[in-house]
Write a protein that binds this ligand. Structure first.
Ligand SMILES: NC(=O)c1ccc[n+]([C@@H]2O[C@H](COP(=O)([O-])OP(=O)(O)OC[C@H]3O[C@@H](n4cnc5c(N)ncnc54)[C@H](O)[C@@H]3O)[C@@H](O)[C@H]2O)c1
Length: 253
């Protein structure tokens, strides 16, 4: 029970890494506030936590809107009394090269960068009232490597890495730790969609998309959720501003 009596707010919690994280956090004793644009899947995720005896509430919200970020934190505080842990996970997969349009840039930066920043701002306002907290941002291997025709996504994830470091510095006086995970290939709905678009079976997709990793497979979402749990919990009490690579060795070579 590594998060006993803690309140955790997880964005993008309706599916994939966010859903696995919300479920794991509840198993570890946290009351979990889930949010996502996908109302049906988000409600189902919260319900399945409650059915297992955990505490969970879902609110539909769009993390690309600053007012929605503020509303989500307020709602979490109203329901559970405070925010101890924030997991910024909601992400848009806009993959375009330098020919990307203003709409492409707006779409990817609004959710992946500005949304993370506003969530940190509002969550930190609450955390400092009760002595601190922990923030985990979901970045990517794409934060630190170049990939073809992915300038939009990679620029957004590079920004997440720097947001993490700068926020760690700024929020340390308030006893708020800020870290990020950098996943490699995780088998989520998004990756499955990309596989289908390319006409790949799962096996083919793992071989092709995971070919740069030492471990040439896709991880399950829970394999990203455990490292997020580590950074969220007191087990990582001396970690701040750090990036934990959860990438099957992708960035070693
Ligand atoms: N799957 C991978 O291989 C991989 C690798 C590296 C990083 N990531 C990152 O992990 C995070 C989770 O992705 P995933 O793979 O689990 O994908 P996913 O599509 O299963 O989950 C993303 C969730 O975010 C929600 N979302 C998207 N935009 C939103 C918005 N504006 N407001 C609220 N919710 C929004 C979606 O509805 C979805 O439920 C993302 O930040 C992604 O960039 C994933």
């Amino acid at each position: 029970m590594r998060l006993r009596d803690k309140v955790a707010l997880v964005t993008g919690a309706a599916s994939g890494i966010g859903r696995a994280t919300a479920i794991l956090f509840a198993e570890e004793g946290a009351s979990v506030f889930l949010t996502d644009v996908n109302e049906e899947a988000g409600r189902a995720a919260a319900l399945s936590i409650r059915e297992q005896g955990g505490g969970a509430t879902f609110l539909t919200a769009d993390m690309s809107q600053e007012s929605e970020c503020c509303r989500v934190v307020e709602a979490c505080v109203n329901v559970f009394g405070r925010v101890d842990t924030l997991v910024n996970n909601a992400g848009r997969f806009v993959m375009k090269g330098v020919e990307a349009t203003p709409d492409d840039w707006q779409m990817v930066m609004a959710t992946n960068v500005f949304g993370y920043a506003y969530m940190m701002r509002y969550a930190a306002e609450d955390m400092r009232k009760h002595g601190g907290g922990s923030i985990v941002n979901v970045a990517s291997v794409s934060s630190v490597i170049a990939q073809p025709q992915m300038a939009t996504y990679n620029a957004s994830k590079g920004a997440v890495l720097q947001l993490t470091r700068c926020a760690a510095l700024d929020l340390e006086p308030d006893h708020i730790r800020v870290n990020c995970v950098c996943p490699g290939l995780i088998w989520t709905g998004q990756v499955q969609k990309m596989a289908e678009e390319a006409g790949f079976t799962r096996e083919q997709a793992e071989a092709e998309f995971g070919k740069e990793q030492i471990m040439k497979r896709a991880a399950e979402p829970i394999e990203a959720a455990y490292p997020i749990l580590f950074l969220a919990s007191e087990e990582s009490s001396f970690c701040t501003g750090s990036a934990l690579y959860v990438d099957g060795g992708w960035t070693t070579q």
